[in-house]
Design a protein around this ligand. Sequence first.
Ligand SMILES: *Cc1c(COP(=O)(O)O)cnc(C)c1O
Length: 381
Amino acid sequence: MSETKQLNIQMVDLKTQYEKLQPEIDAAVLEVLRSCAYINGPKVRDFQAHMERYLDVKRVIPCANGTDALQIALMATDMQPGDEVIVPAFTYVSTAEVIALLGFRPVMVDVDPDTFNVTADIIEAAMTPKTKGVVPVNLFGQSCDMEPIMAVAEKHGLWVIEDNAQAIGADYTFADGHSQKTGTIGHIGCTSFYPSKNLGAYGDGGAIYTNDEELGERLHKIANHGQTKRYYHGMVGVNSRLDSVQAAILDIKLAKLDEYAAARRKAADYYDEAFAEVAALKTPARDPKSSHVFHQYTLQVLDGSRDRLQEHLNTAGIPSMIYYPVPLYKQEAYKTAMANEITELPVTEELCQRVISLPMHTELNEAMLEHITQTVKSFFA
Ligand SMILES: *Cc1c(COP(=O)(O)O)cnc(C)c1O
């Protein structure tokens, strides 16, 4: 315990990361405070432009959070209440929540047991004549296999809205060798700047992106009360803005995003190597088509001892999390909202019993990683 205390291992260490950027961030925040341009100020436009360049995408629309981003994206489509939207059951609630909120019917599907992501085959098998869209989630920092997903979508005329809240900065490589940033492959991509996300603000934030200019214009209007020009409203929209203080902070952190991803990957490499010999542990698969930005480092405990391993880590003062403990279709709220009746999706059920996420952030050093891996290994010894 004392060694753990000294190392001060966090699930996510935002404090040390901030301290390293403090002079720059403090100055940028003060600049906004003094400028009084708190809403839609130049910092928001700068950040938007830098994101567009970084993602190599035509249009980025900043908004208030990742859940809003998904909602606005769905509102910008021509889908109607009652239409079915395919969504993985192994994800954060937001992904399905916005579908149900808008009166669409979530069709919950299983995921691949190695990558935790939906696949083109799973999506195609869940199609009905009412299916109009799919929301693939790039879970834990890795892209879905998007090329076949886009082919299925094209064949059936489906909208593809990528939930990229956990994978900003990851690259996906197509069969012809070219690569694109995750979230820019579907018709619309959505991201969250929640503080613990890979590109985290110091409050709430999100963004929507698209390569379709017309769609970009619609998304922009919807996020801004459906306003076509000042005080004229062509459609029912919402109020969802990224504020200038958050944009100023995010702009500084965007310049570090690739460096941050490399630090996460280095920690993941250390974990992978340390656990390679532990028969009861399955390390997270890396799809050669996607770079992995490790929003989470998620192990599968194969011998049924996941909860006891977590207790063992707790006792040693090492934090860990279960993402996600309950399949979405078992959540009270979704039993009636769903289009498909499910008793069990076997992979999702199994993952909910098996997964455990270890500390993962940009500030993990070798002493911490050694202590964490030794503590995990001592449980199985
Ligand atoms: C964080 C997250 C969201 C929601 O983002 P907020 O900014 O918290 O609204 C949506 N989907 C996934 C997969 C997430 O991880």
